[in-house]
Design a protein around this ligand. Structure first.
Ligand SMILES: Cc1ncc(C[n+]2csc(CCOP(=O)(O)OP(=O)(O)O)c2C)c(N)n1
Ligand SMILES: [Mg+2]
Length: 739
């Protein structure tokens, strides 16, 4: 661990630069260039503020006061080589990396040809694939874990370069559409504000980067405020540097971020530490925020003039101008000339941006999902391989859902070296020597679904993550952005919530918000559901409709082992993020066992299965309700002669409307059954669609059977009363058939 501390109050000329020919390694030309970039950044802010007041753009977020550290970082790192997760104040960094002012104005006006989002995101939400600037969002800090995943991906490819290759086109999958590039010593830069360092994800990211010794530079741009909250009310002790100083493997810098020369020196040392592979670096840059938080904020409401004037004396743009004059690097004429050139460039950029066409309203649905790989298509519709019959003519014993998920993961890992598996307890044994010495057998997940995979494929492909769900999804998102295929596990659905920000505001929307500039087709396997007799509140939840409500996320919920194998393979090979829900009660159930269907068996998304044909009534369901409904259907047929058509949806987004519509048109009665709580649940949408689109076909009201609107209780008597049972289904079907 190395630490360099620069007194944040130091003036530029006081750091020894005056005597040196080079200024901390910067030439006179580079210093002029740095000033040009800083001045450009500030003037773009000024122009945008004007445009906002004229109602020609719709939002403004300034980078004012942060230009010094940003430009220094851009100069110390390599454009198109290193990777960048810059936050909204990093206008200076983006210009230094190569973003054009015109591109920034295009984002302001929301133009169709805005390269970062095509009018979908606010300005200062950077995304420039060619420059390795990865699409950014508004939630403070959600970029940090992704940056860690990005660095992990770069290291993975460097160690396994074959993984980056694109397979021949007859091996059709997401890889055909990923443009993978990597460098052995590439660095991932991620920045955040001082307030954002209070987010839990920041700490999860620091921990992961330190554990893995990753090449990540964390830059905290500390302007002393998070909107109106001052740093001493935000960060215990008022110094983030002090708090993080215990993380191992890090290089630490604390610097006056309004001083581009000192900032460049600090960044260069951070870059060296990372580039050489010693681990991550942390740069704490003290900056100012002269333009309030945003145009909606007036900082005079909470900052007195004295404090604001103190900041103004450190303004990086005017200080750098003074520095150039004092050092004789530019004279007054030179400064005027430079500023005139910048103004002319910005005028032309604004003029052109104001003429740019807005996006077509019809384009709104574009790029929610992959335009290249359609998981509902016939490519993903294959037949199971014939079951092997042994010499004595016996069919092989049926495999459980747990068996076939494990086998599918194994087959796919063999086929695709970009697959990595991580999560809590998913490895066989983190202390590899125990496995190697055969002292232990290995765990492979609390439900043993990943058993044996670390042993077979290595600890760099199958590993335990820290106990941090947001980190699992955030890191996976960063990896997938670089073309890897993380198949991660959330141990229990009940504990998916720390990752909800990453799932809803990041993973699912990255393709859409970047106008197809980036994608992150992660597979999230989640153990879900109740009927466990003793699972209680926190091991029995459903809640799938909270995820089917998210545009951009595929949601799969198999009811038997054959479907689980086929759907998991489709999930892995497709190009969209997939939430793969595995019902714990079905893992080892005798219902729905099947022979191994071979390594190419796939089930397309959006294709339901008719589990039992019938004419009198349609039951639409999925997951663990399928076997329960089947019992009820068989009893009803036996006892009442009522023939029920039982539909297993298999995938919830997309879902198979055609099969539902055809069945309900035939039977004229529909019952939607699901394990989740009744109100606002998945069945509500299906019932609404049936009522809306099949109204004239119906002879009865659309009914639902679901759990009571309460959490699942521990005592089995209570659990039975809460979750839908075969008899509840039986009675509802019988009643509906009377109409
Ligand atoms: C998760 C989340 N919570 C709240 C907000 C609203 N918000 C936007 S910026 C901000 C303050 C950020 O302060 P800091 O991290 O210090 O960055 P600065 O704006 O000062 O550069 C807040 C609270 C948000 N965007 N995301
Ligand atoms: Mg701040």
């Amino acid at each position: 661990m190395a630490t360099t501390k620069t007194d944040p109050k130091l003036a530029l000329v006081a750091n020894g630069a005056k005597k040196a020919k080079f200024y901390e390694g910067l030439t006179r030309e580079q210093l002029i260039q740095a000033y040009r970039l800083m001045y450009t950044a500030r003037r773009i802010d000024d122009r945008e503020i004007l445009l906002k007041r004229q109602q020609k753009i719709y939002f403004q977020m300034s980078g004012a006061g942060h230009e010094g550290i940003g430009v220094a970082a851009g100069l110390a790192l390599k454009s198109g080589y290193d990777w960048f997760y810059p936050y909204y104040r990093d206008r200076g960094l983006c210009l230094a990396v190569g973003v054009k002012p015109y591109d920034m104005f295009l984002q302001g006006v929301g133009a169709a040809n805005d390269p970062s989002s095509g009018g979908r995101q606010m300005p200062s939400h950077w995304s420039y694939p060619g420059l390795h600037i990865v699409t950014q969002s508004s939630p403070t800090g959600s970029q940090i874990l992704q940056a860690v995943g990005c660095a992990e991906a770069g290291r993975y490819y460097a160690r396994r370069p074959k993984a980056a290759e694109v397979p021949p086109s007859n091996q059709f999958d997401y890889r055909q559409f990923k443009n993978v590039s990597f460098q052995g010593d590439e660095i991932t830069y991620v920045s955040l504000g001082d307030g954002t360092s209070s987010e839990g994800e920041f700490w999860e990211a620091m921990n992961a980067a330190a554990l893995e010794k990753l090449r990540v530079i964390f830059c905290v741009e500390d302007n002393g405020y998070a909107i109106s909250v001052p740093v001493e009310a935000q960060t215990a002790g008022g110094s983030i540097s002090r708090l993080v100083s215990g993380f191992p493997n890090f290089h630490f810098e604390e610097v006056d971020g309004t001083d581009p020369v000192a900032s460049f020196a600090a960044m260069s040392r951070a870059v060296k530490h990372c580039r050489e592979g010693h681990g991550p670096a942390f740069v704490h840059a003290h900056v100012i925020r002269p333009y309030s938080h945003s145009l909606s904020d007036d900082e005079r409401l909470y900052r007195p003039d004295t404090e604001r004037e103190r900041d103004a004396a450190r303004d990086p743009v005017s200080r750098t101008q003074m520095f150039l004059l004092r050092e004789g690097i530019l004279d007054d004429k030179g400064i005027t000339q430079l500023e005139k050139e910048v103004e002319a460039e910005l005028q032309s950029a604004v003029d052109h941006a104001l003429e740019a066409l807005p996006p077509a309203p019809e384009s709104v649905m574009q790029f929610i999902y992959s335009p290249d790989v359609d998981p509902t298509s016939s490519v993903f519709d294959t037949q199971p391989a014939a079951a092997e019959i042994s010499a004595d003519g016996k069919k092989p014993a049926g495999k459980t859902m747990a068996d076939l998920i494990n086998t599918t993961l194994r087959d796919e890992m063999k086929r695709d070296e970009r697959i990595v598996i991580f999560g809590e307890d998913v490895a066989d044994c983190s202390r590899e020597e125990y496995l190697k010495q055969k002292l232990v057998k290995g765990k492979g997940g609390v439900f043993k679904l990943t058993f044996g995979l670390q042993n077979e494929f290595g600890a760099d492909r199958v590993f335990n993550s820290p106990l941090a769900e947001a980190a699992i999804i955030g890191r996976a998102t960063g990896m997938a952005t670089r073309g890897l295929k993380p198949v991660v596990e959330i141990q229990f659905f009940d504990y998916i919530w720390p990752a909800m920000m990453q799932i809803r505001d990041e993973l699912s929307v990255i393709r859409w918000r970047s106008n197809n500039g980036f994608s992150c087709p992660v597979v999230i396997r989640v153990a879900i559901g109740g009927y466990l007799t003793g699972g209680a509140i926190y091991h029995s939840q459903c809640g799938e409709s909270m995820f089917t409500h998210i545009p951009g996320l595929r949601v799969v919920f198999p009811s038997n082992s054959l479907d689980a194998a086929g759907l998991l393979r489709t999930a892995i090979r497709c190009d969209d993020p997939v939430l793969f829900l595995e019902h714990k009660r079905l893992y080892r159930e005798s219902y729905g066992r099947a022979a191994y269907p071979g390594p190419e068996y796939m089930v397309p998304f959006g294709k339901a299965k008719i589990v039992h044909p019938g004419e009198d009534l349609t039951v639409i369901t999925y997951g663990a309700v399928v076997p329960r409904a089947l019992q009820a259907v068989q009893k009803l047929e036996r006892e009442q002669g009522i023939k029920v058509e039982l539909i297993d949806l298999r995938t919830l987004n997309p879902f198979d409307w055609e099969t539902i519509a055809a069945s309900v048109a035939k039977t004229t009665r529909a019952l939607v059954a699901y394990e989740d709580t009744m109100s606002w649940g998945y069945g509500a949408e299906i019932a609404a669609r049936i009522a809306d689109q099949l109204f004239d076909k119906l002879d009865a009201p659309v009914r639902r059977v679901a759990a009571k609107d309460v959490f699942v209780a521990y005592q089995p008597i209570l659990e039975d009363a809460i979750l839908p049972q075969p008899n509840d289904l039986y009675l509802a079907m019988k009643d509906l058939a009377k109409y």
